[in-house]
Ligand binder design. Structure first.
Ligand SMILES: [Zn+2]
Length: 319
């Protein structure tokens, strides 16, 4: 039997109201997405200065003076290899600098980790045909929305063309004509997908954000970062480098082995003083009050979080 179309529908009003509520909530969500703070940051990038530095006959760096990760570039006759690619908004500046090196396209982009200020340019270079290469965990992170520690910034999932096409679990080598480029994963340091990229012939290393020059490093523990992993990774790097190795940090100027050593010492001092406080049964409040780290140069306050490091040290002591 066919239902009479003209039957009164007492549930219709309810369904209609739910529909309106649904549209409203979705609108709210859209509004919230528009207010995404990473997108808000995009409006502040205009004054960031990018500077090109030549490090060997065919390896260069683009160093940023603002919130954008440093880039390494290898140039050969059939195209460019980039390590990290900053923000889409900065790519006109970046491309202008790349054009002074070569008129060839970018053929590979290697990502040091998944954070937006290092990998946002994937969306452009990936679309233009560059092959993006990264550790497995970077691809996993980029495939989905991520919430970053301390700042609670939401990094939206990347479109398919911006995702790494080739991934590796431990290490990978690009055998370029004049350069062996070695990429190796370091476990749970700044995130869970960090890689160092070494230009072996040129004796240059890009460290990603495991090594930075703004003071105490930001550790993304929501996404696998850990202070002990950072120390371990820097120790490995110190053994790996010699006095003439040119180090491109995630942020900051070209650095050398001596800078790595003082950075490692700062991290170790932070951990040992907090450990000492815990072993002397000081509460976190008491320890913060006494401030055992006041003589250290932890310059960027936003990156250092007492509770986070205290938690990591306490966890380690329980192991
Ligand atoms: Zn980062």
């Amino acid at each position: 039997m066919r239902k009479n179309k003209s039957t009164n529908c007492p549930g219709c009003l309810k369904i209609f109201s739910l529909l309106i509520l649904f549209i409203f909530l979705n609108g709210e969500q859209l509004f919230a997405q528009e207010k995404n703070e990473i997108d808000e940051k995009r409006k502040t990038l205009i004054n960031i200065k990018d500077t090109l530095v030549k490090l060997s006959s065919h390896v260069y760096a683009i160093l940023s003076d603002g919130e954008a990760g440093n880039i390494a570039i290898y140039e050969n006759p059939d195209g460019l290899v980039l390590v990290d690619d900053q923000w889409i908004e900065l790519l006109p500046k970046v491309k202008k600098l790349l054009a002074t090196i070569s008129n060839k396209p970018v053929k590979y982009v290697l990502n040091t980790h998944f954070h937006y200020d290092h990998s946002d340019g994937n969306k452009v270079f990936g679309k233009e045909g560059a092959i993006i290469i990264s550790h497995d965990n970077i691809r996993k992170r980029l495939e989905e929305k991520q919430v970053l520690s301390l700042t609670n910034l939401v990094q939206k999932a990347y479109p398919f063309e911006a995702l790494p096409f080739i991934t590796f679990s431990d290490s990978l080598t690009l055998n370029e004509p004049n350069e062996k480029i070695k990429v190796y994963h370091v476990k749970n340091a700044h995130t869970d997908g960090d890689s160092f990229i070494e230009f072996i012939d040129a004796n240059v290393i890009h460290t990603g954000d495991v090594f930075v020059r703004y003071g105490f490093p930001y550790i993304d523990d929501n996404n696998g970062g850990n202070i002990y992993g950072m120390i371990q990774a820097i120790d490995m790097l110190i053994n790996y480098t010699n006095d003439s190795t040119k180090i491109i940090p995630g942020h900051g100027p070209i650095s050398y082995k001596t800078d790595l050593i003082s950075y490692r010492d700062m991290l170790v001092t932070v951990v040992s003083r907090i450990k000492n406080g815990i072993e002397n049964n000081l509460s976190i409040e008491k320890m913060k009050e006494r401030n055992p780290l006041k003589d250290l140069n932890l310059a960027w306050d936003g990156a250092f979080n007492f509770e986070m490091i205290y938690g990591m040290v306490k966890m380690k002591l329980k192991e």
